[in-house]
Design a protein. Structure first.
Length: 183
């Protein structure tokens, strides 16, 4: 389902760390593409356990709303922890990851890579970024966390770093980080 997204996209939830299936309608017989781990989404509607979500690009789908991870209503406050002083290194890393992925896609389309080589070239690439005016949510794959930025600095927004209570596969649940540093 595609719906137009205005400039006011503001995530209300993130997809769980392992990703999740999605459906065109609240009907298990109508599957669509799965959602990537930690993808920021807006929860638009609930119908029992079903939740209709919208992504930053305007695409919407139905998911099992019980598994979405809620994010704070507002990004970390400006008077919160100091955070990373400079967002530019992570933006450069995101630009390089996107360039690497784009190059692999171009090689696949040109026939110079097959599916297995494409998988090898893209293995380990993780990129996530939502820009809404001066606000930005940026995924840091080295630290397994989402950061919020205002153009001047970044502050941890949500993380899936291992913590007490991690499941058997070694994945910790996504934890929200409040401005005072509590989880």
């Amino acid at each position: 389902m595609n719906t137009a997204t205005g400039p006011g996209f503001r995530p209300t939830h993130v997809v769980p760390p392992r990703g999740m299936p999605a459906w065109e309608a609240p009907d298990p017989a109508r599957p669509t593409v799965p959602l990537d781990p930690l993808l920021p989404v807006q929860l638009l509607e609930r119908r029992g356990d079903w939740g209709r979500i919208r992504c930053a690009n305007g695409w919407s789908a139905w998911v099992d709303g019980r598994h979405l991870v809620a994010v704070p209503e507002d990004p970390p406050a400006a008077h919160g922890p100091a955070g990373t002083a400079d967002p530019r290194p992570l933006l450069a890393h995101a630009a390089q990851a996107l360039a690497d992925y784009r190059s692999a896609v171009e090689q696949l389309a040109a026939g110079t890579l097959d599916g297995e080589d494409f998988a090898d070239h893209t293995r380990g690439l993780r990129l996530g970024i939502v820009v809404d005016g001066e606000s930005m949510w940026l995924y840091d794959p080295e630290e397994s966390r989402w950061l919020f930025g205002d153009g001047r600095r970044l502050t941890t927004y949500a993380t899936d770093r291992e913590a007490p209570g991690a499941d058997d596969a070694g994945h910790a649940p996504t934890r929200l980080v409040t401005p005072d540093g509590e989880h």
